[in-house]
Design a binder for this molecule. Structure first.
Ligand SMILES: NC(=O)C1=CN([C@@H]2O[C@H](COP(=O)(O)OP(=O)(O)OC[C@H]3O[C@@H](n4cnc5c(N)ncnc54)[C@H](OP(=O)(O)O)[C@@H]3O)[C@@H](O)[C@H]2O)C=CC1
Ligand SMILES: O=C1O[C@H](COP(=O)(O)O)[C@@H](O)[C@H](O)[C@H]1O
Length: 495
């Protein structure tokens, strides 16, 4: 990439003293810089209320990178591109000051007027920030302007629509980048390639050959420092409405006619529109929620959710969701997509298991034990694909045994690395919205989740109902047992 081709811009981070900026955004920008993916002509403006100076900000940026990226070199030179402005988003006069700083930096760095506004703040501010950016002329530039919005995008369909209307008054859809960091994960992006670049899978990828699909995203961490946000959200809003349903969409979509953003998004939207909305009884039947109690994780005693912070003492918020998602279309009629996600589970891992239907008669297993073929897509911590087949047991006789064909994607990224954010920030700078969610995806996902949340709001949960260190409440296992299936173990098959 020549310097001319590298994206140039000023990145304005609202909420630059916060957790997301520290853990994901600064390290991502650094990795782009380190790998020569952004031009030397870049600047970052950090905004938040606390009275930091440029020096304090740069020191914090350097610390965050030292903690997350290795090796970290040239940190001083890198952090000299970072500027801080004490800024209260609720105070309109702040925006004039920001405009001045932007103009000044655009003179110092040849960023061609390109601006990214990254909203790494509580969602209640998103609408008014977008509006003020327009009102105070910050969008008027010779280059492009893009708005990156963190999740959660609304609290339900109604609030998401209101928020979207507010943002759309100031920005066009093609300027809005609604981030879902799962779409930046290497193996999530690989789902499309595995499906559409392999004849052997695509022919079998339907209700005639697949019995069920399981998606597990388990976390061993608890709520950590985010109790205020999380208790207002819960696992259904925090993980299912976005990351889990995005994975369902990628697994279930039809092949797009080409790889353009519009065609890919349009196929995903069709899947989300085909999700079977549930009646109250169906929610009871097909969805399970849980909240963690105390327990042991890797030989360490951990608190229950209600003991994590004072304000959680009587919380009714779910930290676990398992569900059976049905897609009412020609390809998937009758195939359950089981999803499962939760905090304080036995381990941190995200896996997809595609279980193929069994052969009509099994000649090779004396005990008639069934070993269906499985395709496992390992998303994290290790990345890869494993195909479980049956093959002859060595030696005499014709008995069969399960074997695995594995591909280990060498670029292991580990947990909690900025890698997904790095890719998405780069896409944003290139103007590529493919791996960001379109409003129609957000709206259809909310419509599905709303019916579940409305049912739950009318039921008193019996919490806590799973021990930390387990894989969630027993009901989550029963959900599959009723259909004659079971969760395949999440233990990483890719070593
Ligand atoms: N942290 C994470 O892992 C993830 C976060 N997100 C989303 O990212 C966003 C940010 O989350 P996170 O970083 O964890 O939140 P934090 O609470 O850590 O940070 C919030 C930031 O907003 C600033 N802020 C608060 N009020 C104002 C105000 N009136 N004017 C200006 N700045 C203000 C705070 O700084 P100050 O107090 O100095 O003003 C701080 O920098 C949220 O939407 C969250 O849902 C999404 C996925 C993961
Ligand atoms: O968006 C979120 O995702 C994280 C899990 O992300 P991962 O990349 O570590 O799998 C989750 O912890 C957090 O609660 C949620 O807001």
């Amino acid at each position: 990439m020549t310097d001319q081709q590298r994206p140039k811009s000023v990145i304005v981070i609202f909420g630059a003293t916060g957790d997301l900026a520290k853990r994901k955004l600064f390290p991502s920008i650094y990795r782009l810089y380190q790998n020569g993916k952004i031009s030397e002509d870049f600047a970052v403006i950090g905004l938040a209320r606390r009275p930091w100076t440029n020096d304090t900000f740069r020191e914090n940026v350097e610390i965050s990178i030292e903690e997350t990226v290795s090796p970290a070199t040239d940190l001083e030179e890198f952090s000299s591109h970072f500027y801080y402005q004490s800024f209260d988003v609720t105070e309109p006069s702040s925006y004039n000051g920001l405009n001045e700083l932007l103009n000044e930096l655009e003179g110092t760095y040849q960023t061609e007027g390109n601006r990214i506004f990254y909203l790494a703040m509580a969602p209640e501010y998103f609408g008014s920030i977008a509006n003020n950016l327009r009102k105070y002329g910050l969008k008027e530039t010779e280059g492009w302007t893009r708005l990156v919005i963190e999740k959660p995008f609304g609290h339900d369909l109604k609030s998401a629509k209101e928020l979207n209307n507010q943002i759309r008054e100031a920005f066009n859809e093609d300027q809005i980048y609604r981030i879902d960091h799962y779409l930046g994960k290497e193996m999530v992006q690989n789902i499309e390639v595995i499906r559409f670049a392999n004849g052997i899978f695509e022919h079998l990828w339907n209700n005639r050959f697949i019995s069920n699909i399981q998606i597990t995203s388990s976390e061993s961490l608890g709520v950590e420092e985010r109790a205020r946000y999380y208790d207002h959200s819960g696992a259904a809003r925090d993980m299912v409405q976005n990351h889990m349903l995005q994975m369902v969409a990628l697994l279930a979509m039809e092949p797009p006619i080409n790889l353009t953003t519009d065609e890919i998004r349009s196929e995903k939207i069709k899947v989300l529109r085909a999700l079977r909305n549930l009646t109250e009884d169906e929610v009871d039947e097909n969805f399970v929620r849980g909240q963690y109690g105390p327990g042991v994780i890797r030989r360490r005693n951990v608190n229950g959710y209600r003991e994590e912070a004072e304000e959680l003492a009587y919380s009714q918020t779910e930290t676990f969701v398992a569900g059976k998602v049905m897609i009412d279309n020609y390809r998937w009629a009758g195939v359950p997509f089981y999803i499962r996600t939760g905090k304080r589970l036995a381990e941190k891992a995200t896996h997809i298991v595609v279980e193929f239907k069994d052969i009509p008669m099994n000649l090779y297993y004396e005990d008639q034990k069934k070993n269906p073929n499985l395709l496992v897509i390992s998303i994290q911590p290790n990345e890869g694909i494993t195909l479980f087949l049956n093959a002859k047991k060595s030696g005499h006789g014709s008995a069969a045994q399960p074997i695995q064909l594995s591909y280990n994607n060498e670029g292991v990224n580990g947990i909690n690395t900025p890698e997904a954010y790095e890719k998405l920030l780069f896409d944003c700078m290139q103007g590529d919205t493919t791996n960001f969610t379109h409003w129609d995806e957000v709206a259809n996902s909310w419509e599905y989740i709303d019916s579940i949340l409305e049912t739950w709001a009318n039921r008193e949960p019996d919490f806590p109902n799973y021990n930390s260190g387990s894989m969630g409440p027993d009901e989550a296992d029963k959900l599959l047992e009723k259909d004659g299936f079971h969760w395949w173990p999440i233990t990483d098959v890719i070593k």
